[in-house]
Design a protein around this ligand. Structure first.
Ligand SMILES: NC(=O)c1ccc[n+]([C@@H]2O[C@H](COP(=O)([O-])OP(=O)(O)OC[C@H]3O[C@@H](n4cnc5c(N)ncnc54)[C@H](O)[C@@H]3O)[C@@H](O)[C@H]2O)c1
Ligand SMILES: [Fe+2]
Length: 391
């Protein structure tokens, strides 16, 4: 699409979202609005070591609502997590699912809310309009992110690893969209520096890939540029001073905003490769993206120099007197510096990836539907080139 054409934009549906320090306290009221009395709170083992799941459960109990906690989700959640969670929710006879955690818990909860009412293996709960038409609608969901990265609370799909195929697949459907999202930056204060950095780079990648997408639109452009500005201004601070609530708040808003925008534009090759690295090597999502982000920007520069140049301003490195080529370079260098300063730079081979793994990674990347909106057609040779350059 050329930018002079009028884009078609489907804005929403999105969950009603409340953003505030202390927003989590609205949880009992929202569960009552849904009409549920029995709930299951889905979280992960890492979070179970923090007070957060129990605090949320206590809020519900103090308000006369029943809750059981399923905290068995793994980072890079699997179809096995979804099978176990679906059985748990069914046994609890829950009427609503509350997801509390990062993208892993939020993604798993969407598929679990669907599995609970469809007694089928998780691998059959594929995200597609046709598949959804045959399934009972998922239980209602209230999503409470505790990382600022994925924007998972904005969409209806769970990125779930199928261990048999060692690939990430998309599960869910329209009914898996959360009814409500509670965006409470206080909940992210305990996120360790490395996970904070990974989530922040995920958020930045969403905004940048959305901005460079094959089908950009002015609505998403505005959101994406603001997300880039917020991440550039706040990520270093949140990584180095974890209890800076203002920095945490800005990042949480950025992650949610990017999640809204990318639903209208899509992502691209950074996520294609990132999913294949996560599926085969269980790398944290943001770390996987960070390893290939800059090389993918260089690859896209051939068709997106003007848009890359426009990213220089929110990244804080624009020089209006200089050419688009200069500003595009400056933007790419600014991303490279940020990735290095939050200590996510590295080479694929440092993460257990062998040179012989590159062809499989390239094949998985090409099979990922996320490439549909990449600004430039991507061939196996292109992906292999990016992987080699970053290996
Ligand atoms: N649905 C989507 O649109 C979408 C978009 C991007 C990524 N994803 C998926 O999201 C997953 C990654 O999510 P993530 O980056 O949020 O990481 P995550 O959910 O895997 O969490 C990372 C780690 O941080 C811990 N943690 C989370 N919040 C914490 C807190 N407040 N305090 C202490 N520890 C905390 C978790 O226990 C976990 O060990 C991947 O599986 C990825 O594929 C989904
Ligand atoms: Fe992502």
């Amino acid at each position: 699409m050329t930018e002079t054409q009028i884009p078609a934009i489907d804005i929403g549906p999105y969950p009603a979202a409340a953003f505030a320090a202390g927003a989590v306290e609205q949880l009992p009221r929202l569960v009552r609005t849904i009409g549920a009395r029995k709930t299951v709170l889905v979280s992960d083992r890492g979070l179970a070591a923090t007070p957060l799941p129990e605090q949320a459960a206590q809020l519900l109990r103090q308000n006369g609502l029943a809750v059981e906690v399923f905290a068995e989700v793994h980072p890079n959640p699997t179809t096995e997590d979804v099978d176990a969670g679906g059985a748990f929710v069914r046994a609890a006879e829950a009427e609503a699912v509350i997801s509390l955690g990062g993208g892993s818990a939020l993604d798993a909860a969407k598929a679990i809310a669907l599995a609970a009412v469809n007694d089928r293996p998780a691998a059959e709960l594929t995200w597609s309009t046709e598949a959804s038409a045959e399934l009972a609608p998922a239980l209602p969901i209230v999503a409470i992110p505790t990382t600022s990265g994925t924007g998972s609370e904005c969409n209806d799909l769970g990125v779930i690893t199928d261990p048999r195929q060692q690939r990430k697949c998309y599960l869910g459907g329209p009914a898996c969209l959360a009814r409500y999202a509670l965006l409470d930056p206080v909940l992210t204060l305990s996120l360790p520096p490395r996970a904070t950095a990974a989530a922040g780079i995920d958020c930045l990648t969403h905004a940048v890939e959305s901005f460079l997408s094959a089908r950009p639109n002015p609505w998403a452009d505005g959101l994406d540029l603001q997300v880039v500005r917020l991440v550039a201004a706040n990520l270093r601070r949140a990584v180095s001073v974890g209890d800076d609530l203002a920095a945490r708040a800005n990042l949480m808003l950025a992650a949610h905003t990017a999640g809204l925008a990318m639903r209208t534009t899509g992502l691209g090759v950074v996520h294609g490769i990132g999913h294949s690295l996560g599926g085969r090597f269980d790398l944290p999502h943001g770390q996987a993206l960070a390893l290939v982000f800059v090389e993918c920007l260089r690859f896209n520069r051939a068709v997106r120099e003007g848009r890359l140049a426009r990213l220089a301003e929110p990244l804080g490195v624009a020089d209006a007197r200089k050419s688009a080529a200069h500003n595009a370079d400056a933007a790419i260098e600014a991303v490279e510096r940020l990735v290095a300063e939050v200590e996510l730079a590295g080479r694929l081979r440092e993460f257990g990836i062998g040179e012989g793994d590159l062809p499989d990674l390239a094949a998985d990347t090409l099979a990922d539907g996320v490439l549909a909106n990449a600004p430039r057609e991507v061939s196996a040779a292109d992906v292999t080139g990016i992987l080699r350059a970053t290996w």
